[in-house]
Design a protein around this ligand. Structure first.
Ligand code: TRP
Length: 341
């Protein structure tokens, strides 16, 4: 039997190359060897966007299009909407008894997100809601309600998966073995730097190249990329290892060309502008099949809806089976045969 993958994203915006290399590509590679569930985490997105439901709604189908474009195959992977599987919400309540408030405040990812939003976060006082503090519990339920065993994610998600493991362990110890402790799997490039040299490509840093970006948008972003600061004139010798253009060449340019780029850069026979233009061309070539698939589905909204409905139905079925086991273990299944005898 195949192991179960559960993973997903919040529908808060378009997917960019950081998402693609950081986790999407890995999911695409793994989908055939696992039973794969990919969730659109609308409930989680509402924990810090509760006052902006329109934004979440608008991004649900965009996210599906990015998935399909990136190569998630709806024939083998089920894409489902979190809020449409109410068992997840139900399980969240039961799991919330198994984690302390102090432990939730120690989660480095929620702590970091609070800091980014300039919100207070800590036991002494928090300006964030109970829902936000507890979203790692609901994320645990996302995974466990579907029997998730393997979770391919980006590196910022590690604390959440560790917390999920602790909660699964505590459940099993308290009520009996029901869950597998899920494991995270990082992609070969778990974090992608920005073309501006920042440690991370991210929407909030304004340095993201989106999967759906066109030539003009990509050119503008690539032309602004940080190169070796010691290279001032076109024929100065340079070090490709400190250049963001070369960093991206390594991700999108065919391997055969990399040696040439590298040696020309080191010997001063390659100017940065030409090198950037080549990067734009490779990036467009790399994104072409992704954008073509995205467009195919964009033009067929009924097909996208069908994919979402079928994926969600499959997830609902699986969650029902698992919730029955949960309720049995927790002794809250009151109308069994044995109760009547
Ligand atoms: N927290 C994840 C993110 O922000 C999204 C997510 C929600 C998720 N539930 C999940 C990821 C379950 C993996 C498994 O990207």
């Amino acid at each position: 039997m195949k192991k179960v993958i559960v993973t997903g994203d919040r529908p808060t915006g378009r997917m960019h190359l950081g998402h693609y290399f950081g986790s999407l590509q890995n999911r695409v590679k793994m989908q055939h060897d696992y039973e794969t569930y990919i969730l659109i985490a609308d409930v989680q997105a509402l924990t810090d966007n509760f006052d902006n439901p329109k934004k979440i709604r608008e991004n649900v189908r965009e996210l599906v299009l990015d998935y399909l474009g990136a190569g998630i195959d709806p024939k083998v992977a089920s894409i489902y909407i979190q809020s449409m599987v109410p068992e997840i919400a139900e399980l969240t309540i039961y799991l919330s008894n198994l984690v302390t408030v102090a432990r939730l405040y120690r989660n480095p990812t929620t702590k970091f997100e609070a800091m980014q939003k300039k919100e207070l976060f800590g036991e002494e006082g928090s300006s964030l809601t109970y829902g936000f503090l507890g979203y790692p519990v609901s994320q645990t339920a996302d995974i466990l309600a579907l029997g998730g065993e393997v979770v391919p994610v980006g590196e910022d998600q590690i604390p959440h998966i560790e917390q999920a493991r602790e909660i699964a362990r505590k459940f099993n110890k308290t009520y009996g073995e029901v869950f597998v402790e899920p494991e995270y799997v990082l992609s070969p490039n778990p974090r992608i730097k920005g073309l501006d040299g920042s440690e991370k490509m991210s929407k909030s840093l304004g340095n993201a190249i989106y999967l759906a970006d066109n030539e003009e948008q990509i050119t503008k972003k690539v032309m602004g990329a940080i190169t070796d600061p010691n290279k001032i004139k076109k024929d100065d010798l340079a070090n490709p290892d400190v250049c963001m253009v070369y960093y991206y060449h390594k991700l999108v340019t065919p391997k055969e060309e990399l040696t040439k780029i590298c040696s020309e850069c080191k010997s001063g026979s390659r100017g940065c502008v030409a090198c950037k233009k080549e990067l734009v061309a490779s990036m467009l070539a790399y994104l072409k099949p992704i954008q073509e698939r995205r467009k195919y589905y964009e033009e067929r909204p009924e097909e996208v809806d069908r994919i979402l409905l079928e994926g969600t139905a499959k997830a609902q079925k699986q969650a029902k089976i698992i919730m029955a086991k949960v309720k049995d273990a927790m002794k809250i299944d009151y109308f069994k045969e044995e109760d009547r005898n």
